[in-house]
Design a protein around this ligand. Structure first.
Ligand code: TMP
Length: 235
């Protein structure tokens, strides 16, 4: 397989074409942003952590029946994935109150939730990713009802698999964001699963082991990413 021209540069990754029309290569950067790009910085080594951790998680999910875009890890930062059409939704699952949920609904961070929350945001930086419901998604033509149903059931299954996995690493999965893509008519899990896209708290101390340390200027950012690599057995 030959790597060809750059197709796209996002906030945390670049995507390259290949000589196979069904495949592309994602290359993870150390660039970090928050608040839809308004805050910018670098987290040294983040690209390596996010690439390796995402691939590890995608493999675990595949073993449990979740179809993903993952094909092959090329090196520490670059991975071959299926060339999908991204569904323009940020699919968020929350197991404990935190972040924008706590702010919007006035629920203190760390509060228990009676049941998991599945949230859809319309993926649009200029609009600040507004919350959308089933009706918005259909009216705006972002996905079909069948796709929404598939995405919802996959997201909740992924939640359960990830809660169980991270518990064994002494980590609580507070919430996370997923993106899905269309590949030859099938919905598959795409994008990444990493400390950029999940809230990870130490099970005992509730210490934050994710990108909130960068978003909130807490320090110890690189150390938190490295700790997560250790916890999952990749370092
Ligand atoms: P939120 O509480 O800020 O809405 O974030 C919910 C989860 O989604 C959290 O685990 C971080 C993740 N997330 C992203 O991956 N990308 C984003 O742009 C935002 C805002 C959150």
């Amino acid at each position: 397989m030959e790597i060809k021209e750059q197709l796209y540069e996002g906030k945390a990754k670049k995507v390259f074409a290949t000589d196979d029309p069904d495949l592309c290569v994602v290359s993870y950067k150390d660039d970090a942003t928050a608040f839809n790009g308004k805050k910018k910085g670098t987290i040294v080594g983040k690209g390596v952590v996010n690439n390796r951790m995402s691939n590890f998680m995608f493999k675990m999910l595949e073993e449990n029946g979740i179809h993903t875009h993952y094909v092959e890890e090329l090196n520490d930062r670059d991975t071959v994935v299926k060339k999908v059409e991204i569904v323009p939704l940020e699919v968020i699952v929350r197991n404990r109150a935190a972040g924008s949920f706590s702010k919007k609904y006035g629920v203190p961070e760390g509060s228990d939730l009676a049941s998991p929350i599945l949230e859809f945001d319309y993926k649009s930086d200029p609009l600040d990713d507004p919350l959308v419901n089933n009706y918005h998604i259909l009216a705006l033509g972002l996905a079909t009802q069948e796709e929404i149903d598939t995405i919802a059931s996959m997201a909740l299954k992924i939640d359960q698999l990830m809660i169980d996995f991270f518990k064994k690493c002494n980590v609580e999965l507070v919430d996370f964001k997923l993106e899905f893509g269309r590949f030859h008519g099938e919905i598959v899990l795409a994008d990444e699963i990493s400390p950029d896209t999940c809230r990870f708290w130490d099970l005992d101390t509730h210490e934050k082991l994710d990108k909130d340390r960068f978003r909130r200027d807490m320090g110890g950012v690189e150390e938190a990413y490295a700790e997560m690599m250790k916890r999952i057995g990749l370092a």
